[in-house]
Ligand binder design. Structure first.
Ligand code: ATP
Ligand code: MG
Length: 322
């Protein structure tokens, strides 16, 4: 564990509260978020709705500039790079796959024109070469024969086929890191496993690293080397996937585990609807953010923000009681 491709150091992302008046209030979408991702590793990021997962992916993708903290990619602070305006090199190396396969694709463009753009923008193929390249990448994502798909429009394909096109677009530029934001949650259960296996295949064959965001603990366990658990903008537990699921040291991870009683049973819906609500991120709870829902919380937990502490090699937990 010594060759990180990505490191987040104490990253905070605070969004101004919209509305009238000059409110100084902010939404604490991320606070004190630190973790690293190794080359060729799949790290699953799990947590309930509103916990800050997408925001985490977006600050890494440079879609939001964080309020504070550092993001190091390939040894370089991405917000201090001296680059051209659009930072094409970074945008080639770090690709994002979104939840809604249809929404991510321009409905007026054919698959050909959707897939030729990245090749041309990043100068990875000439006009003459590009058709062959597109067909190659369609085959890589299992859309065969490619002639059957290349001149179709997005509405002529199924959700699963569209997500394959999104993956094709992302991998076509030989990325180093893929940020996959719930890439299977809008797909039929039957296709989810196929997409997850495809993601694993690109890790195994191309060495691509993934931040894989999911609501589904079973999916996280299946796909990931490590699991990171986020709650109300903070990382609560991070460690080897099997250990996080089996041991669930943090009371919040335990709660998630009990909301998804049999993650070993495959990929039925096990949405993370644990008891209680995520607290307001405008006025987050004092002390541990989870204390308002935690069965183990005492007076100390209301006062002190626990550190994310290593409890065994490679396994960190943010809890005063562990
Ligand atoms: N652009 C924005 N402006 C203001 N607030 C935002 C913005 N983006 C996200 N937020 C807020 O930040 C918090 C975290 O949102 P985020 O989308 O990261 O959660 P999530 O874990 O991805 O949730 P979900 O599982 O529903 O996708 C939420 O309170 C959300 O309302
Ligand atoms: Mg999200």
């Amino acid at each position: 564990m010594s060759d990180p491709i990505l490191e987040l150091k104490d990253v905070a992302m605070h969004f101004p509260v919209s509305g009238f008046g000059r409110s100084k209030q902010v939404v604490h979408a991320m606070d004190q978020v630190s973790f690293s991702l190794q080359r060729g590793e799949i790290l699953a990021l799990v947590g309930e709705s509103g916990s800050g997962k997408t925001t985490t992916a977006k600050v890494i993708a440079k879609l939001h500039q964080p309020t504070s903290g550092e993001i190091i990619f390939n040894g370089e602070n991405i917000y201090q790079r001296k680059t051209n305006k659009r930072d094409l090199g970074y945008r080639k190396n770090v690709q994002m796959i979104f939840q809604d396969p249809f929404g991510a694709l321009n409905p007026t463009h054919t698959i050909r024109s959707i897939l030729e753009r990245p090749f041309l923008i990043h100068k990875l193929a000439s006009r003459e070469q590009v058709e062959a390249k597109i067909k190659e990448v369609l085959v890589q994502v299992g859309l065969e024969p490619p002639e059957q798909f290349i001149d179709k429009f997005p509405h002529e394909l199924s959700g699963g086929q569209l997500q394959r096109v999104n993956i094709a677009r992302a991998i076509s530029v030989d990325p180093i890191l893929l940020l996959a934001d719930e890439p299977t949650s809008m797909l039929d259960v039957s296709i989810r496993m196929i997409i997850m296996n495809m993601i694993k295949k690109f890790r195994d064959e191309e060495g691509i690293s993934y931040l894989y965001i999911t609501h589904n603990l079973a999916g996280a366990r299946y796909i990931a080397d490590r699991i990171a658990v986020m709650y109300a903008g903070m990382m609560m537990e991070i460690g080897p996937a099997e250990e996080v699921i089996q041991k669930a040291y943090h009371p919040y991870t335990k709660l998630l585990r009990s909301a998804a009683p049999q993650p070993e049973k495959g990929f039925q819906e096990s949405e993370l609807t644990a008891k209680g609500d995520i607290p307001s991120l405008v006025n987050p709870p004092t002390g541990c953010r989870f204390h308002t829902r935690c069965p183990q919380a005492d007076a100390e937990c209301k006062e002190l923000i626990p550190e994310l502490r290593e409890i065994k090699p490679g396994h960190q937990v943010r809890c005063l009681k562990v």
